[in-house]
Design a binder for this molecule. Structure first.
Ligand code: GLU
Length: 492
């Protein structure tokens, strides 16, 4: 059995977007599944649009997602000699020819063909130049491109796509395409194939938007006398209006970085992206890394396009609700130590981190995260909705402030009174604090909820959350008493 060799070859002309990340994931999964290798190749031949910043962004994004590779990164520009050698070999062997047609000539002929309702494409003028004519043109210093000579055959050719089945096209429908520009720069179609042959790539998994390239490349493989790799084309990701998702129309939401900044768990994003183009054939939605490697097959990649379910300006969801639901799942079920490490980064960024959380207060830290994570959607929520657990300067949300505190002016007296009783409690336990709160409510002739909701508001700033008495135990007597006493500030 030959080793499977896959590649992820991004063009570094922008950030890593979720479509690219999904492609990387699929290749990575298949490499892992088959015990093969993943090669990272940076396709930087478009020197005008490629940037160092983009390369760094791609590497950072892959690292954050946990996608590792076995070889590379290789940089395509370092292999220009190979690309030109392949073009020259095709010239020598009659699979390519020099074309001296100027842009003006081409445009004029194209217009004429269009007017006559004929097929528009290169008309093959230079295909039939004699060696003498070619030599004369070159001696005259005429610029030329190198074109691939599409075989003069009738009928169809193609390849067997692992996802879509047999894909074919008629030879006649393919024009003699350019493989080297007049400035001697080889084009993507050629470079990509030459590199894949050199890197001994056995499987190419990429988006369906590359299918027109694939047909041309199949011809290049033949001309270069190389075996075809297995092709598997993945569905595109469209928005609700069936348009391709892009930065221009959707903004940063398509960037992997966006999810990192919004407190996504990397594996949750990966899990979501994989389901956006592959299905296990069961209802199972959450897969660990190992489960996914086990379950993944090329045959189960979806044929039809996937929908990224996001409405611009949606106030409730900042991205596809499914992505958020998957993130919530991992946030609430992952090992608390792992959550602890991820939340540490968030707290550090917000200056809420205390070194003791990794030392003597570690147990408190992990228990607190475990207590509050059930209602959170992202890692960032620990620093925003959960700020009261890590700092005293937390905001009180408007809704509980109005509904649970200001609506009951008596709480301005009652909560400090409760503080006094908590201060002197022999044992500050959840049972005792609950008993005392209920006692106070009874004395005042109100439902315990009035006291408890008021207390929750000043102690956490939130409308809802975990059990009130668990919260009190987590925060400890001093903080609770202080916050209950400070209730005055809200009534001014
Ligand atoms: N550089 C190409 C891209 O980013 C590679 C496509 C491919 O062959 O997979 O679209």
């Amino acid at each position: 059995m030959t080793e499977t060799r896959l590649r992820f070859p991004p063009s570094p002309t922008g950030y890593l977007h979720i479509g690219g990340a999904r492609t990387a994931l699929f290749n990575w999964l298949y490499a892992k599944k088959t015990g093969g290798k993943l090669i990272l190749r940076i396709e930087d031949t478009d020197t005008e649009r490629s940037t160092q910043e983009s390369i760094q962004g791609i590497l950072d994004g892959l690292e954050w997602l946990g996608i590792d590779w076995d070889e590379g990164p290789y940089f395509q520009t370092e292999f220009s000699a190979d690309h030109l050698a392949a073009a020259n070999r095709m010239l020598t062997e009659g699979h390519a020819y020099k074309c001296f047609c100027s842009k003006e000539d081409l445009d004029a002929r194209k217009e004429a063909a269009m007017a006559a309702k004929q097929v528009v494409g290169y008309d093959g003028t230079c295909r039939h130049l004699s060696p003498q004519q070619v030599a004369d043109n070159e001696a005259a210093g005429m610029p030329f491109v190198i074109r691939f000579k599409v075989p003069e055959r009738s009928g169809m050719f193609g390849y067997d796509d692992k996802v879509l089945g047999r894909i074919e096209q008629n030879y006649k429908e393919i024009e003699d395409f350019v493989i080297v520009r007049s400035n001697s720069k080889p084009l993507y179609l050629l470079c990509n194939v030459v590199d894949d042959i050199r890197d001994r790539i056995t499987h190419i998994l990429r988006g369906q938007d590359h299918m027109t390239n694939t047909l041309r490349q199949v011809l290049l493989y033949e001309a270069l006398n190389a075996a075809l790799p297995v092709f598997a084309h993945m569905p595109l990701t469209l928005d609700l209006k069936k348009a391709k998702i892009s930065k221009r129309s959707h903004g940063e939401i398509v960037a992997v970085q966006f999810y990192k900044e919004h407190g996504f768990i990397p594996w949750a994003l990966s899990n979501f992206l994989v389901l956006l183009g592959w299905s296990s054939g069961t209802d199972k939605e959450f897969f660990s890394r190992e489960e996914l490697i086990e379950a993944f097959t090329l045959e189960r990649i979806n044929k039809s396009n996937s929908i990224f379910n996001y409405r611009k300006g949606d106030e409730k969801f900042f991205t596809d609700p499914k992505a958020i639901a998957i993130n919530e799942h991992y946030l609430r079920t992952m090992d608390i130590n792992e959550i602890g490490d991820m939340v540490q980064k968030v707290l550090e960024k917000e200056n809420l981190w205390d070194a003791a959380y990794a030392g003597e207060k570690k147990q408190w830290y992990l228990q607190t995260l475990d207590l509050i994570r059930d209602r959170f959607h992202t890692l960032n929520d620990f620093a925003t909705l959960g700020r009261a657990y890590f700092a005293d300067d937390f905001a009180v949300e408007e809704k509980p402030l109005a509904k649970n505190l200001l609506k009951f002016p008596e709480l301005q007296q009652w909560l400090p009174e409760l503080a006094g009783r908590y201060q002197t409690l022999a044992q500050f336990t959840s049972e005792e604090t609950e008993r005392v709160a209920k006692e106070l409510a009874e004395e005042k002739g109100v439902k315990p909820g009035i006291i408890v909701n008021g207390m929750r508001t000043v102690v956490t700033g939130q409308l809802a959350g975990p059990s009130m008495y668990d919260i009190l135990m987590t925060l400890g007597r001093d903080k609770v008493v202080q916050r209950l006493r400070d209730v005055d500030k809200f009534f001014q």
